[in-house]
Ligand binder design. Structure first.
Ligand code: HDD
Length: 754
């Protein structure tokens, strides 16, 4: 699959940022791949090399990128040294007492190299270990001074640099990208009043209501401790044992079993701050707020069978997708929306806004668009940036404040704490990707790996010897918490409204399209089939029986038992009945174009080359990413043309593409008809509900793959284009428009017919 990346253009930002020199290392130096070429560190300046950029600030450069220049190292044209800067003469042989003798203990070069290597790995994140990240910026549409004094919202059009990391939750660092899981959506804003981290997920609710239960949840979902299986999967006994005993997780379980848990791309999923937060304005007035990120590319998912096959074909699927889109200049974009409401409004809601298993329906409080997020630059070094970035919910800035959500309150502690062991001490904020652009001045000193060289004799406050500096900013400038009146008993417990575990699960269920509902039933069936303990399966269905009879019956039927009695509902309040909320369905966020969509054009000798090329060009013009796919690499004779096969079917199977094409050409089609891999490819494209452009003779391939043909016009598959449209230009247009629909779920049967 590396070949897919190979034909992508380089990130134009990096080219203009670093100039051509970075791509043309001096003679004798090893040429780096262009995308890895970086330059302009203090070290290279010291060595006399200068930055040879275009002189204009390229798009995609921002103050954070510039701040990282300090630590960027480019070895192009440089000699090899030890960590002490001593030039190394021989990097092949250790120092020996005689060519056939023992290695000398004094070989400091060998020892330094091995010692460093021995300590290369750091512990992975306890959750969200697998992730990918990018730089970009947030741009505020209009000043929001009436709501908040938070500096990213201070002026119309203000831009704030960001670093964003997406992740799965349960899998380890090397695990597959397309596991069924919640996705993390963590945004670090490098604001001019310090770093603000909005550490969210791609689902607006959570499994549990109190941080006290987080270690239990994570222990349950992670690989089981005795044999360390399964990897990156919730489909096992301990997970379902735990959640089936925690009725508060029911709402989130429906989200997790929905297609949201198998996104097509990080670029095609929503993000949510989950908790209720506070905004505070300059007058000290506060409102509650929920944060929503909505992708411009629409929200799209994989089919489960597709996700499973992608895991085998390219377990880096989402990482590669994000990287390639940014390198190609197709910058992923999201709109930030706020739901803003007062404390009085919150009191009247039938749910508690401090309960993270509940969302605020958009019919109650609409989402207002306030700005956009653009990711326009890949990191230079995965470890230095993506791995070492430390997000902390405790990182907030003046104008933003926490609510008393007990899950959020626990998170405020957890993130800071975990970085201390993961990143080796209390100075993790000095790691370049974590250091704020805003200046840091305080009396915190020393500790492992301290970078700052604090000058002067004063490291305490108050002082007179340092002129009283650094001095307190005071309430007008400094961070102040919202002065909330609290007068209550100190207790362990939950508010009454927290006990309603099912009303919003019902809301989610009734807001899904029939197709989405079927997918949820199938996901429960899959996961619970993997569970080995019958009592656990039944307990899960007894929770679902409180949500919807059809849901419970569908899951129970799939597992071969009758619906058990509903789980005891302990809520003291009557259940609330909602009307469906369309924004909760993924189908409410379609794409308007086919930019970055991957299209396989299957070719074989004798295919109509002119048609294949014109379809290829039309797809490029529409912003899609077509690939000629053949039995093997190299030139494929196609009429008078030679087409260049970019990848083989074997290395680039169907699951890796959003859509497929077979051009006309009797001999080419005849060759494909004999290729079992090609038939398998077509079957999978069909089974995964993808758009297909099958021109002329290619209809025979549909037939061979067992795809229903000659249907009455009202039953015709709208996403199979071609056989009855001889004009390739018109057919391609129809195909491009079909591709914006992403998938044709009307094809689905259970079990699949093809
Ligand atoms: Fe968490 C990482 C999101 C509840 C404790 N969490 C982590 C990341 C994301 C979230 C996106 C990865 C950040 C990155 O890319 O580095 N977590 C959430 C959301 C939650 C949530 C949306 C509920 C609304 N988390 C949660 C609770 C606790 C934690 C209740 C503990 C009490 N989360 C952690 C952690 C992690 C983490 C252990 C692991 C690595 C890290 O923080 O940096 O502290």
């Amino acid at each position: 699959t590396g070949a897919l990346a190979g034909s992508m253009p380089n990130n134009p930002n990096k080219a203009s940022e670093y100039g051509e020199a970075a791509y043309n290392p001096p003679e004798g130096a090893t040429a780096l791949p262009a995308s890895a070429a970086v330059t302009s560190s203090t070290a290279s300046e010291k060595n006399g090399s200068t930055k040879t950029g275009s002189g204009k600030p390229p798009q995609g450069i921002n103050a954070m990128i510039a701040s990282l220049d300090r630590v960027r190292v480019d070895s192009g044209g440089q000699q090899l040294t030890t960590n002490q800067g001593v030039p190394i003469a021989d990097n092949q042989n250790s120092l020996k007492i005689g060519l056939r003798g023992p290695t000398a203990l004094e070989d400091f070069i060998l020892r330094e190299k091995i010692t460093h290597f021995d300590h290369e790995r750091i512990s992975e994140r306890v959750v969200h270990a697998r992730g990918s990240a990018a730089h970009g910026y947030f741009e505020c549409y209009q000043a929001l001074g009436a709501l908040t004094k938070a500096t990213p919202f201070a002026e119309d059009g203000k831009q704030t640099p960001v670093f964003v990391r997406f992740s799965t939750v349960a899998g380890e660092r090397g695990s597959t990208d397309t596991a069924r899981d919640v996705r993390g959506f963590a945004v670090k804003f490098y604001t001019d009043e310090g770093n603000w981290d909005l550490v969210g997920n791609n689902m607006p609710v959570f499994f549990i209501q109190d941080a006290m239960k987080f270690p239990d949840l994570v222990h349950a979902v992670k690989p089981e401790p005795h044999f360390a299986m399964p990897q990156a999967s919730s489909a096992h006994d301990t997970y379902w044992d735990f959640v089936s005993l925690m009725p508060e997780s029911t709402h989130m379980l429906l989200w997790q079993m929905s297609d949201r848990a198998i996104p097509r791309s990080y670029r095609m999923m929503q993000g949510f701050g989950v908790h209720t937060f506070r905004l505070i304005n300059a007058e000290g007035e506060s409102v509650f707020c929920k944060f929503h990120w909505t992708p411009v590319a629409g929200t799209h998912a994989l089919c489960w069978d597709e996700a499973v096959k992608i895991s085998g074909a390219d377990s880096d699927f989402h990482r590669r997708d994000l990287w390639e889109a940014i390198e190609a200049g197709a910058y992923p974009e999201w709109e930030l929306g706020l739901q803003v409401f007062t404390e009085q409004q919150a009191e009247e809601f039938e749910f508690d806004v401090l309960d993270p298993t509940k969302l605020v329906p958009e019919e109650l409080i609409p989402v207002i668009a306030v700005g956009k997020l653009v990711l326009n630059r890949n990191p230079d070094n995965f470890f230095a940036e993506t791995e070492q970035v430390a997000f902390c919910t405790a990182h907030i800035i003046p104008g933003i404040d926490f609510s008393n959500d007990p899950l959020l309150q626990g998170r405020i502690h957890s993130y800071l704490d975990t970085q201390i062991s993961r990143l080796g001490g209390a100075n993790f904020h000095e790691i370049p990707i974590n250091s704020p652009l805003a200046p840091v001045h305080n009396n915190q000193r020393d500790g492992m790996h301290r970078q700052a060289v604090a000058r002067g004799r004063v490291s305490y406050e108050p002082n007179s010897l340092g002129g009283g500096c650094p001095f307190q900013a005071g309430g007008a400038k400094g961070f102040t918490s919202f002065a909330e009146r609290v007068s209550e008993d100190k207790v362990r417990g939950k508010p009454e409204k927290f006990a309603d575990h099912y009303s919003q699960a019902q809301l989610f269920w009734i807001s899904q399209t029939p197709v989405e509902q079927q997918h949820i039933i199938k996901a429960f069936r899959f996961e619970l089939t993997r569970v080995q303990t019958q009592a656990i399966r039944e307990r899960v269905v007894s929770l679902l029986a409180n949500v919807n009879a059809e849901l419970a019956a569908g899951v129970a039927d799939g597992l071969g038992f009758a619906v058990p009695a509903p789980a005891l509902n302990i809520s003291p309040l009557p259940p609330h009945t909602y009307d469906p909320s369309p924004p909760l369905s993924m189908s409410s966020y379609p794409a308007s174009d086919i930019k970055t969509r991957r299209v396989a054009i299957l070719i074989a000798p004798g295919i109509d080359g002119a048609m294949a090329s014109s379809i290829y060009s039309a797809l490029i013009d529409a912003g899609a990413v077509p690939r000629f796919v053949a039995a093997k690499l190299g030139e494929v004779k196609a009429g008078k043309l030679g087409l260049h096969a970019e990848i083989s079917i074997e290395a680039g199977p169907a699951a890796l593409y959003d859509a497929m094409v077979v051009p006309d050409g009797a001999d080419g089609v005849a060759a494909l008809l004999k290729d079992g891999n090609a038939i398998e490819f077509i079957k999978d494209q069909y089974r995964h509900c993808k758009p297909m452009l099958m021109m002329g003779a290619a209809e025979a391939l549909l037939e061979k793959a067992g795809i229903p043909l000659n249907l009455p016009s009202e039953e015709k598959d709208p996403l199979i284009v071609g056989p009855d449209q001889p004009d390739a230009g018109k057919a391609t247009k129809a195909f491009i428009s079909a591709m914006t629909k992403h998938k044709e779920f009307g094809r689905e049967t259970d079990p699949p017919a093809v």
